[in-house]
Design a protein around this ligand. Structure first.
Ligand code: FES
Length: 129
């Protein structure tokens, strides 16, 4: 069963930026970084800022409020990757000109300080266009 949901069209998200979209009641930040679409939970685990409004660089986003940096590939808090703090990440695909995000059915790892064994949000086939 595919539960990917269309959130935007190719071209809606400029390179090096993010946009937030509601998917199944979760705000998802979708980013275009180096030609790849990447998606993480838009809610910063620190104090809840929208990560989609942050600065994107090197497959990471810097929170616009207090500058914590998160990996767009697995949601890890890059400033202290040993802390276990991370935000959820999600699979993204492009179907035609539709950018689609899949959120797993069970709620896991949203602002959860417990390390997750394996973040499997990014298969290597999410090129723009
Ligand atoms: S709310 Fe994101 S770093 Fe503080």
């Amino acid at each position: 069963m595919s539960d990917f949901q269309t959130v935007a069209k190719v071209g809606d998200i400029p390179e090096g930026e993010g946009r937030s979209f509601p998917v199944n009641g979760t705000m998802v930040g979708v980013f275009l970084s180096a030609g790849r679409y990447l998606a993480i939970n838009d809610f910063c685990p620190h104090m809840g800022a929208s990560l989609a409004e942050g600065h994107v660089e090197d497959n990471a986003v810097m929170c616009p409020w207090h500058a914590w940096r998160f990996s767009l590939q697995d949601g890890t808090w890059l400033d202290n990757s040993r802390s276990g703090i991370r935000t959820a990440c999600y699979e993204v695909r492009v179907e035609g000109d539709a950018i689609q995000v899949r959120i797993p059915p069970s709620p896991t790892a949203t602002a959860n300080p417990t390390p997750s064994p394996a973040a499997s949000c990014q298969p290597p086939s999410t090129h723009a266009g």
